[in-house]
Design a protein around this ligand. Structure first.
Ligand SMILES: O=C(O)CCC(=O)C(=O)O
Length: 282
């Protein structure tokens, strides 16, 4: 399996993120763009603005709120939409690098597609992944991360304020004023807006403070997100239905929580005997 270069390893340790260029082909980018247009017409998990629900919760809706291909969409749980979404779970080279960074004892924890519409009123925001829990847990420079996200760009993001992933480099390792008033935003000191081309991928630690900038460009910004966590944590957001299972390789099944035997106390803390073999197989 592919490994980080020394320079990538050093950047990962210090900054908490990496940019990998052109990991999807032009055909794949165009395929997934069409898929996003398709799935927004289909039922799925989308954000709901219900004051009775805690922040960041989703509801099952008949389609995305906005049916225009360039309108806002935030769809969770992509695996039921087809084998291409399942195959991205362990696609080289990103999955190889995820394993190099996290070690082999990992799970897929979440899948998501986000379209940030052009020139809407969205002001951007800043957070860690993992909600209220992870924003106060920091790893050290030499520790394996608890959880990592791969963000694939399906559109070019080459100018500032184009819905750029905006990071606070190194913030995965230091205290961060998460409850500051006014809150930290993508425009606070220390923020870096990242550029990339369709087909590039950003890998970043869940503990890194990050989020999208505003999108003042003429184009909607489209991304796919695949999250991974250590095996002793747990996946969220997706159900592995029989239909999904039948499309999976043994490695994909393992990443979706199938240990090769029925769960019992002890499973997940101590990994199956063939864990490294399965994770390095393809
Ligand atoms: O860029 C986005 O739309 C959201 C990215 C992000 O902050 C995340 O995936 O946690």
């Amino acid at each position: 399996m592919e490994k980080l270069t020394e320079q990538q390893r050093a950047s990962w340790n210090v900054d908490g993120y990496l940019k990998l260029e052109q990991v999807l082909t032009t055909d794949e980018v165009s395929f997934f763009n069409d898929e996003l247009d398709r799935i927004r017409q289909e039922p799925g998990w989308e954000p709901v603005r219900d004051p009775k629900m805690p922040i960041g919760h989703y509801g099952w809706l008949p389609h995305a709120d906005n049916l225009s291909p360039d309108g806002f969409m935030d769809r969770r749980d992509l695996l039921p939409y087809g084998k291409a979404f399942v195959d991205l779970v362990d696609r080289a080279p990103i999955f190889d690098l995820v394993v190099d960074i996290m070690g082999p004892n990992i799970l897929l924890s979440m899948t998501q597609a986000i379209v940030r519409a052009s020139r809407d009123k969205f002001p951007g925001y800043t957070h860690t992944d993992g909600g209220e829990g992870l924003r106060q847990i920091r790893v050290t420079e030499t520790s394996l991360p608890l959880a990592v996200k791969a963000m694939y760009l399906l559109t070019d993001v080459e100018e500032p304020d184009s819905g750029n992933l905006t990071v606070f480099p190194g913030s995965h390792m230091r205290p961060f004023p998460f409850d500051a008033n006014p809150p930290v935003t993508p425009y606070s000191p220390g923020a870096a807006q990242l550029n990339g081309k369709a087909g590039d991928c950003f890998l970043f630690s869940h503990a890194l403070w990050h989020g999208p900038s505003q999108n003042r460009s003429e184009n909607s910004r489209k991304t796919l997100l695949y999250n991974y966590c250590q095996l002793f944590l747990r996946q969220y957001d997706f159900e592995v239905t029989p239909k999904i299972k039948e499309q999976c390789t043994p490695r994909q099944l393992r990443l979706m929580g199938d240990l090769g035997y029925d769960f019992r106390p002890g499973s997940y803390f101590y990994v199956p005997l063939d864990q490294s073999e399965i994770i390095s197989s393809n």
